[in-house]
Ligand binder design. Structure first.
Ligand code: GRF
Length: 200
């Protein structure tokens, strides 16, 4: 019997380079999954454009479009159900995911963070701030982490982690580029691991 492919929604706010890496890896590694929905708090961004160009449904949804936060959260859950989403991958989504959505996807939502959690995570630790903090702390290595999402920022169980060196002449920007390149290989590997876990 053919089992149906795992249906994925990615949440993005920016370039979507991780989204693109995931999309390509699913094809190249022939993973039993497909990205069927891109959700963003921005109507236009690299991720939304990529989705449109590749026939992936898009949903621009923000709290501002609704009378209350609860209505926003409920609508998000409804849309995810309509698209029969099995797992959610956060890839540079710059908003906190509503608790109602987290609750609807227990152990079925991942995030990627550009550091070795539990170090350099939590409120305010995003983008270039993370790499600046790593350099200021004098770390000799950093990396990326894929973790399950729960109601607490960057605190869910770690699924996969990989290190990269911090070089003596690094700036936050050179370090960010090295970590991002690592993320592009790590996230597909973490997805593969999650798919295997779900099918075992
Ligand atoms: C990545 O560094 C990711 O770890 C962080 O946001 C960035 C997103 O980049 N959460 P992109 O949109 O995937 O290019």
């Amino acid at each position: 019997m053919m089992t149906r492919k795992t249906r994925i929604a990615v949440f993005c706010s920016g370039n979507g380079s991780n989204f693109k890496a995931l999309f390509e890896a699913i094809r190249n590694k022939q993973l039993p999954a497909e990205i069927v929905l891109c959700i963003s708090n921005r109507s236009q961004c690299g991720a939304m454009e990529f989705a449109q160009q590749n026939g992936i449904s898009t949903l621009h949804i923000t709290e501002k479009q609704f009378a209350s936060f609860d209505e926003f959260a409920e609508t998000m859950v409804e849309r995810l159900k309509e698209h029969q989403i099995d797992i959610i991958l956060l890839a540079g989504y710059m908003r906190k995911v509503p608790d109602a959505v987290v609750a609807a996807f227990p152990d079925r939502m991942l995030n990627i963070h550009p550091a070795l959690l539990p170090k350099f995570g939590g409120e305010g630790m995003y983008g270039i701030h993370v790499h600046t903090a790593v350099l200021e702390a004098g770390e000799t290595e950093t990396g990326a982490t894929v973790h399950f999402v729960n109601e607490e920022y960057d605190k869910g169980e770690i699924l996969l982690q990989r290190t990269v060196p911090v070089l003596p002449d690094d700036t936050p920007e050179t370090l960010a580029a090295r970590v991002l390149e690592c993320e592009h290989r790590l996230y597909p590997d973490a997805l593969e691991k999650l798919l295997a876990l779900r099918r075992s």
